[in-house]
Design a protein around this ligand. Sequence first.
Ligand code: NI
Length: 182
Amino acid sequence: MAILKVARMGHPVLRKKCMPLDPATITGPEVQRLIRDMLETMVEYNGVGLAAPQVYNPVRLLIAGGDEDESGKAKLRVLINPELTVLDEERRLGMYEGCLSIPGLRGYVERPAHIRVKAYDERGKQQEFELEGFPAIVMQHECDHLDGILYPDRVEDRSKLGFEDEVQRFHDLGVDEDDQDD
Ligand code: NI
């Protein structure tokens, strides 16, 4: 296992449209090592998600957290070649997002609150499920990375992009349901 270096905004690897992985390679040693290293890296830096391009590997693989299983334990999902469908265009969720590739900053982004996800998991099995609320936000943020999109691209009100400590002082970092502002 290894803690990987995380690419920071400005590095072109973060702006690439990532390549799909051949599902037949998912259970192979190379992809399995990448998954383990990404998990270790994410935990080390306290991330709630991590996409492969953030560790200089522009393939369509990501880890997304922010969810819990039935017993309340944190649940991490490994997704390969994910496809997202928005289930409700009207219901949106806004929050100050952060990113391991943009250390120290936060920006207010609104995204659809209810999505369906189709992807391969770390065992190469196809899975399909729905997400709502915070886990849906995390998933969309991570999927954006696979298309070279970073959250500041989605900040509509530029006055709501700032340094984490100042944002914490003057804004509510919590998740706002629907169109409620901070
Ligand atoms: Ni990110």
